[in-house]
Design a protein around this ligand. Structure first.
Ligand SMILES: NC(=O)N[C@@H](CC(=O)O)C(=O)O
Ligand SMILES: [Zn+2]
Ligand SMILES: [Zn+2]
Length: 428
């Protein structure tokens, strides 16, 4: 028995929005049709009525912190995937800065096994660490981790400080046809500052994180990627300077791609209202000029994809205040509504453009077999209500994390149902 998702609105590549009925059978999309509803053969099928709502290919988030193993008080594979499903995400890639760090085939396997049993049907793709315990001293066993199912290598949470170490990692990754995903941060330029250089830091007498601490690594690594030929992907890009370097790299044929988070497209350091650690994340909120440069970088394709960098922390940790609290904010349950409300509802971007950055492009950049709404594809689908306006209420998050600067924001574009491989994994 299959499922008909009827009367939904589908967005085509040219942004044409058409009412379609979608047949899902045996985990796959077997038909997409605009035939008359009455003429459909729905006998013995389940019917999901998507009238008035958008039906999209499932959202893909290539940067998520699930915190398990080791930090289960912040998030677990169970709660993180539940949060992802509610946010409309059908596939997420998880970061290795857990405890232990995901730097061995056993730990990669552990995450895959847990995701299989406790992952709420969401596809979970683990990254392995570049260096042992993310200490930057010694490369991990890339071959063994690739065999165990790692999809790329990253020391997210910290930058790889040594250029030779990064070059060795890239050469090895290249030989295995695997990408290097980099958290770009030169530690000699960051000295315990909680926010970016700028008006907020000045007003509150805080040290500021300079843009160069990110961009110096981007520039170095674009050159190393050119030398090694690896696919180099830059995490959470946040500065105008980084954008410039990635743009130049792309222009000369370096295989460099980049991601940006909703908060770096929507908030600047000037928006931070008070000494509240829910506004503290790494990279930090930058200047309004950087924000505009990030938006333009998405628009001209320099930045390829949108990711959340979902980074849950406990309320106790965030209550330590701006200086002492850990960096990071949650993002899975607010990403699409934020992006839709700020960029599509305002008319700056088309819906097709936004969906491309959250479905087709992430799959393309990482060579994944999902992301397209087409016959023959796996039935990874998200139904989204584009009309109902609701306020962001952290108390109601399915994530354990409540750490968001967007509390109370009134948004549209809330996911109503998420399906992975033909199975409904979340519905409102
Ligand atoms: N982004 C953050 O502010 N924090 C991340 C680490 C990271 O993504 O670098 C975390 O693990 O909490
Ligand atoms: Zn990072
Ligand atoms: Zn991260």
């Amino acid at each position: 028995m299959g499922t008909w998702i009827v009367n939904g609105m589908v967005v085509e590549a040219d942004n044409k929005q058409v009412m379609k009925h979608i047949l899902v059978d045996d985990g796959k999309i077997t038909a997409i049709t605009s035939d008359d509803r009455q003429s459909l053969d729905t006998d013995g099928h389940e019917i999901i009525d998507a009238a008035g709502k958008l039906v999209s290919s499932g959202l893909i988030d290539m940067h998520v912190h699930l915190r398990e193993p080791g930090f289960e008080y912040k998030e677990t594979i169970a709660t993180g995937t539940r949060s992802a499903a509610r946010g409309g995400f059908t596939t997420i890639a998880c970061m290795p800065n857990t405890r232990p760090i995901l730097g061995t085939p056993e730990t990669i396997q552990l995450v895959l096994d847990k995701a299989e049993t406790e992952g709420n049907g969401v596809r979970v793709l683990p990254y392995g660490s570049i260096t042992v315990n993310e200490l930057g001293r010694e490369l991990t066993d890339f071959i063994a981790m690739k065999q165990a199912g790692a999809i790329g290598f990253t020391d997210d949470g910290v930058g790889v400080q040594n250029a030779q170490m990064m070059k060795n990692a890239m050469s090895l990754a290249k030989s295995l046809d695997m990408p290097i995903i980099a958290h770009c941060e030169d530690e000699s330029l960051v000295v315990g500052a909680p926010v970016a250089e700028g008006s907020f830091a000045t007003k509150h007498g805080l040290k500021g994180i300079p843009n160069e601490s990110e961009a110096i690594h981007v520039g170095r690594d674009v050159l190393l990627a050119e030398a090694t030929g690896v696919h180099y992907h830059v995490c959470h890009v946040s500065t105008e300077q980084s954008v410039r370097l990635i743009r130049q790299g792309k222009a000369v044929g370096v295989h460099v791609t980049g991601e940006v988070c909703p908060h770096h497209l929507i908030l600047s350091e000037e928006d931070i209202p008070e000494m509240d650690a829910n506004w503290k994340m790494n990279p930090p909120l930058r200047s309004a000029k950087d924000v505009e440069a990030m938006i333009q970088a998405v628009e001209d394709g320099t930045i390829d994809i949108i990711v959340t960098d979902h980074a849950p922390h406990s309320e106790e940790e965030k209550a330590k205040g701006m200086q002492a609290a850990p960096f990071g904010i949650v993002g899975l349950e607010t990403a699409f509504p934020l992006m839709y409300t700020k960029f599509v509802a305002t008319g700056r971007w088309t819906l097709a453009f936004l969906l491309d950055k959250m479905t087709v492009k992430p799959a393309e950049v990482f060579g994944l077999p999902w992301g397209k709404l087409a016959e023959g594809q796996e039935a990874d689908l998200t139904i989204i209500d584009l009309e109902t306006e609701k306020a962001v209420q952290p108390d109601e998050f399915l994530s354990k994390g409540r750490n968001t600067p967007f509390t109370g924001w009134k948004l549209k574009g809330w996911p109503a149902m998420t399906m992975v491989g033909g199975k409904v994994v979340w519905s409102e």
